[in-house]
Design a protein around this ligand. Structure first.
Ligand SMILES: Cc1cc2nc3c(=O)[nH]c(=O)nc-3n(C[C@H](O)[C@H](O)[C@H](O)COP(=O)(O)O)c2cc1C
Length: 195
């Protein structure tokens, strides 16, 4: 009997804010990814409190448990769905700090094992007019340099403070479909690529 193919996607926002617009955005993309047949794990970076990356701390104490757990999750998934807020024209410190920890090798591991042979899709939401677009440029470059295939499709949702309904869906049906479509596209890409 032919085995049903599936793919695993790790989804998260680069914000720990409780009412984060980017967390809402990534939840919508997850619906699309699941519809396309992916298994999705959503994580909240608030549940992975990491110290600021400090190479002395790493040398003296090794990788913190939380960083190990987060890295393990990256390794166990084929794809990443990331909604990145924009802080001062770039990504948040929380997201960059998480990437820095997860990028660190441990004995016996291949370099960048948490990133290589993964694909990612990016999105952003911001109350500003550009929707966080400038942060995505940086996230794309960083992930690309780490060996991730970052898919070309991305969406930045502007005026995020008035874009969502109380249930967390985007009020504009085109935007809602667009973000769900990003999840669908990543899942379909992974299903083909990993087949
Ligand atoms: C330190 C800081 C810098 C910010 N800089 C920008 C910026 O450059 N561009 C922008 O569109 N929004 C900026 N914002 C506003 C964020 O887009 C807004 O706080 C947004 O809600 C963050 O995403 P979240 O809702 O997912 O937490 C900034 C917010 C903070 C706290």
């Amino acid at each position: 009997m032919p085995q049903t193919m599936t793919t695993r996607i790790l989804a998260f926002a680069g914000s720990v804010r409780r009412e984060s617009f980017n967390k809402k955005l990534v939840s919508i993309a997850v619906q699309g990814a699941k519809k396309a047949g992916a298994e999705v794990t959503i994580v909240d970076l608030r549940d992975f409190p990491l110290p600021l990356f400090d190479q002395d701390l790493e040398a003296e104490q090794g990788m913190p448990d939380m960083a190990k757990q987060l890295k393990k999750l990256f390794i166990e998934h084929d794809g990443l769905l990331i909604a990145s807020p924009e802080y001062n024209s770039s990504m948040t410190g929380v997201l960059k700090n998480a990437i820095d920890w997860v990028s660190r090798p441990e004995p016996g591991e291949l370099p960048l094992v948490a990133f290589r042979d993964k694909a990612a899709t990016l999105m952003s939401a911001s109350p500003g007019a550009l929707g966080g677009l400038r942060a995505l440029v940086h996230v794309r470059a960083i992930l690309g340099n780490l060996g991730v295939i970052v898919l070309p499709e991305q969406i930045a949702v502007p005026n995020a403070h008035e874009a969502f309904d109380p249930g967390g869906a985007l009020i504009d049906p085109k935007q809602q479909a667009g973000i769900a479509g990003l999840g669908q596209t990543l899942a379909s890409f992974l299903l083909k690529w990993k087949a």
